[in-house]
Design a protein around this ligand. Sequence first.
Ligand SMILES: Nc1ncnc2c1ncn2[C@@H]1O[C@H](COP(=O)(O)OP(=O)(O)OP(=O)(O)O)[C@@H](O)[C@H]1O
Ligand SMILES: [Mg+2]
Length: 287
Amino acid sequence: MGIKFERVSYQYQGIDQRGYLAIGDINLSINAAGEFITLIGETGSGKSTLVQHMNALLLPTEGRMKLFGLTIDKNTKKNKKIKLNPIRKKVGLVFQFPEYQLFEETVLKDIIFGPKNFGVSEEEAIKRAKKMIEVVGLDESYLSRSPFNLSGGEKKRVSIAGILAMEPDVLILDEPTSGLDPMGRNALLEVFYDIHKTLNKTVIIITHDMNTVYEYAQRALVMREGVLVYDGDPLQLFSKKNIDNWNLETPDILALSKAMETKFDITFSTPPRSRKALFTEIKEVLK
Ligand SMILES: Nc1ncnc2c1ncn2[C@@H]1O[C@H](COP(=O)(O)OP(=O)(O)OP(=O)(O)O)[C@@H](O)[C@H]1O
Ligand SMILES: [Mg+2]
């Protein structure tokens, strides 16, 4: 169970008849629980298109997917018997642009919309809204405000709270921290990591920030021109060859570790992946 792609391609319909191939021939398996994945790639490489397949918002134009046991291909839309709603409950997707997700008069109504839609009682949905607004770093006073009068970062947090309130098995976040200040960014990343750790959920984060990949991910995916070119260990992703070939920025911790190795003529047996681990190594060397 979980998410499985078999040779999935998706073509957007353009103004002419030819269409535009946004992702091609993607093979991918993601577990229903326990994974922490980052997805990177240049702008226009197909990241958002790819994740919109994972909750069946977009259906493949070629190939097929298995989402929590349900087989989906280009004929699925025509078959009225196939219900996609249960998939949308299991796989929560926070859009890149929160404007697409917010539409109610108040933040409260927005957050409870999803859970209520999936059969949760109003009382329970409100309870979850009160909890989740805090989880994303806002407070209860926001619940009575209009989602349209919030800053970009606040809108983002509200749309994340709305998805969290549905308690999905798999949580997908399309650039959740873009436009946030560094403090806000780290605080939100800790929230996602906590959800993954304590509830054993699979979390997938699309990001342009290599520090997020290096410091948090257990598994890294890289899209390039609609093709999945890397699926594996985040440490090995940042080999010199890949950094050069794919024009990746070197993560801060990696750059500092390499500089230390050269300066002190040492080799780390386990490369530090976090600030804390790096400080420990520095203290060790300076003893
Ligand atoms: N609705 C659409 N209609 C036609 N083409 C689209 C549509 N949405 C995206 N595309 C095209 O598909 C390709 C992949 O877009 P996608 O949004 O998946 O990229 P992305 O990797 O998420 O980029 P970004 O980092 O800028 O968010 C792009 O070339 C884009 O122009
Ligand atoms: Mg995108």
